[in-house]
Design a protein around this ligand. Structure first.
Ligand code: ATP
Ligand code: MG
Length: 170
């Protein structure tokens, strides 16, 4: 069985990683969709699709992920009624969807998919919004992302990028 999960992964964090590990206990293959793929260099979406692919790929590898995974950027479209077709056009066929996003859940259910809700891990800390806030405010955040993701953020000077974006928006 092949499952789809989707997030923006700005950045990929340990909550996301836990979800992927839990799903892979249940299914044979996992499709990881990177949402809002076309957006980067913005306060809520600092990283490019390619950088997010690298975060996830390296994290899976460094942590010895055993399952089969496909990491696929998915651009937004402005028409929710055909979003699942758009999604399906970019991914291998999947049988089941893991999501807590109300719109994703609704659209996938309407299309006939079984939707499961992955449990949230330490949501107060394992949160993209919280991690970006900490990066900007020079608070401790590195323990909230997996090692492979940390490497990619360092490589692209991600924290400085975020701080520059904040300054430019002032
Ligand atoms: P942001 O604050 O930027 O929205 P986020 O932490 O909510 O980031 P997203 O990139 O929006 O993460 O991805 C959303 C998906 O990730 C959802 O399906 C959600 O269930 C899952 N997710 C987010 N945080 C956690 C967490 N702490 N534990 C488990 N799953 C999580
Ligand atoms: Mg979110």
């Amino acid at each position: 069985m092949r499952a789809l999960t989707i997030g923006r992964y700005q950045p990929f964090h340990k909550g996301h990683m836990n979800v992927i590990w839990e799903i892979s206990d249940v299914v044979d293959e996992i499709v990881i969709g990177i949402g809002s793929a076309q957006i980067s260099h913005e306060l809520d979406n600092p990283f490019t699709a390619g950088e997010r692919v690298a975060m996830i790929r390296r994290t899976l590898e460094l942590n010895g992920f055993k399952g089969m995974s496909y990491i696929i950027p998915i651009e937004d479209i402005q028409r929710n009624s055909i979003w699942t077709s758009h999604l399906e056009s970019m991914t291998p066929p999947f049988d089941i969807v893991y999501s807590n996003n109300p719109l994703v859940v609704r659209l996938c259910k309407e299309e006939g998919y079984e939707v499961r809700h992955p449990p949230l891990f330490k949501r107060d800390e394992y949160s993209g919004t919280e991690i970006r806030r900490r990066m900007i405010e020079d608070e401790r955040w590195t323990h909230l992302v997996p090692e492979g993701t940390l490497e990619v953020i360092d490589e692209v000077d991600g924290v400085q990028r975020l701080k520059d974006i904040v300054r430019e928006e002032d």
